[in-house]
Design a protein. Structure first.
Length: 465
């Protein structure tokens, strides 16, 4: 191709290529996913990751200010004048002795990458800046996504910020937390609620987008994943460019784990890192597709020659038994992850693993994160619950450096938090029985008291003891 950037099929038996300006949901020849691909020999690549530090002194430039685009040499699919940024990626990598002790690792070696600080309150802004940049490149005026909440919030926010972009949100029946739905509505997103779950909404939004020429913003879009690579660049930046031993990430539609793997593949190829972290992807037991396929049915990347029969047989089993994803970690309540094969590539390249966490384990982990002074939504805490399990199993060693990705803000789903800490008896059962949650180990109950000064002082004094 004449350009140094293009789109390429991930199937090694196909490797079809497409111009960067084409809008595609997958390979038109074999149906597999596409990557944004680069001829790095023709591009200005830094000799060291430390070179990106010079951008810190130029933060009045909105492109350098962006926590995604200040690494633009590592996602060079568009000229700078086409970049769409709202200042995304102003996130933190924080140590937490409280969470470290809960997991069972050295307090100085546990880090939480808190993506809830993005403008929409979740990691999705990293991907949306990439996708909207490509949308601007191709002149799109309508965008759409299927969502469990965070994607729709971020997409609607970017559409509103750009102006003149109409955003269509597809959600399943009752499958979106109000904290997230409120964002999409407030930002002007046109919300279409269909009978079914996220997987049904995902199928329909792809069909509608294809037929009507609407730009699709889900993570099947390779430019979404280009933006999400930057989460790993910021993790490395926060660690002084020294890769950790482990990256632990919740597994839903598998966009993050896919993007992380691509980031490390490219960094290793470019000689910018010598060590590759192991990536652990954590499912909820109520949405365990990747865990079932990898751990129980032996599905592997196999150099890109993925056994589609294993996938199809499992999906047929889900359909035959009418099994739907059910987890209070609504952001990862997905049975048919669109980035499955790219996630398998990540597992192969990073010597990664897949584990599950129960909803009760996720809620307890979320409460410990809260005790550390960081508020995260339930799905985020799957990373902490998963890291704890990996430590118990002896895969994570006490002295290893571990980074848990916290994908979204606490206020995305406040009902779960309030019920965990305050609901009792029948109210607790009503809120959580469906998800197998029987106890709240770290409950912080509000204390009810009469409007009597002496009694109030007594409560305070007893809690001071």
């Amino acid at each position: 191709m004449s350009t140094a950037a293009w789109q390429e099929c991930i199937n090694p038996d196909c490797r079809a290529t497409y111009d960067i300006s084409q809008v595609l949901h997958g390979c038109t020849k074999c149906g597999n996913l596409l990557d944004a691909a680069y001829d790095w020999d023709r591009l200005p690549v830094p000799k060291s990751l430390k070179e990106f530090e010079r951008r810190w002194s130029n933060r009045r430039d909105p492109i350098d200010f962006s926590g995604v685009w200040r690494f633009r040499e590592l996602m060079p699919f568009v000229p700078e004048d086409k970049i769409v940024s709202i200042g995304e990626g102003q996130t933190q990598l924080r140590q937490s002795p409280i969470v470290a002790r809960y997991i069972g690792v050295d307090p100085s070696r546990l880090f939480l990458q808190y993506e809830g600080m993005n403008f929409s309150g979740s990691f999705k802004d990293n991907g949306m800046t990439g996708a909207f940049t490509h949308a601007k490149l191709v002149g799109a005026r309508r965008v759409a996504c299927a969502s469990t909440g965070n994607t729709s919030a971020s997409m609607a926010l970017f559409a509103a910020a750009m102006g003149g972009i109409k955003a269509y949100v597809f959600i399943g029946s009752g499958k979106i937390a109000f904290g997230k739905l409120s964002q999409a509505l407030d930002y002007g997103g046109i919300t279409i609620q269909i009978e079914g779950d996220f997987d049904d909404a995902m199928e329909r939004v792809q069909q509608v987008s294809s037929q009507l020429g609407i730009y699709l913003m889900n993570s099947v879009n390779p430019f979404r994943l280009e933006g999400q690579k930057a989460i790993m660049y910021r993790v490395l930046e926060g660690l002084g460019w020294e890769p950790p031993d482990w990256i632990v990430v919740p597994g839903g539609n598998l966009g993050n784990s896919s993007a992380f793997g691509k980031a490390f593949i490219e960094l290793k190829q470019l000689g910018l890192i010598t060590k590759v972290p192991r990536v652990a992807i954590i499912n909820s037991t109520g949405a365990r597709t990747l865990s079932e396929l990898v751990n129980a049915r032996g599905l592997k990347w196999n150099g890109g020659h993925v056994d589609d029969g294993i996938i199809n047989d499992y999906y047929a089993y889900l359909d035959e038994h009418k099994i739907r994803a059910v987890t209070l970690a609504s952001a990862i309540e997905i049975n048919r992850p669109v980035n499955l094969k790219k996630a398998l590539r990540t597992l192969a390249f990073t010597d990664g693993v897949v584990r599950e966490a129960t909803d009760e384990e996720i809620l307890d982990a979320k409460a410990k994160v809260g005790q550390a002074g960081i508020g995260c939504e339930p799905a985020s805490a799957a990373s902490v619950a998963g890291a704890r399990r990996l430590r118990e199993q002896g895969l994570i060693q006490k002295g290893e450096t571990v980074v848990c990705i916290l994908t979204g803000h606490q206020l995305k789903d406040p009902d779960v938090t309030v019920n965990y800490h305050s609901a009792q008896g029948d109210a607790f059962a009503k809120a959580f029985a469906k998800y197998g949650v029987k106890t709240a180990r770290f409950r912080n109950m509000p204390v009810k008291v009469q409007n009597d000064l002496g009694k109030i002082i007594g409560i305070v004094e007893r809690n001071d003891e």
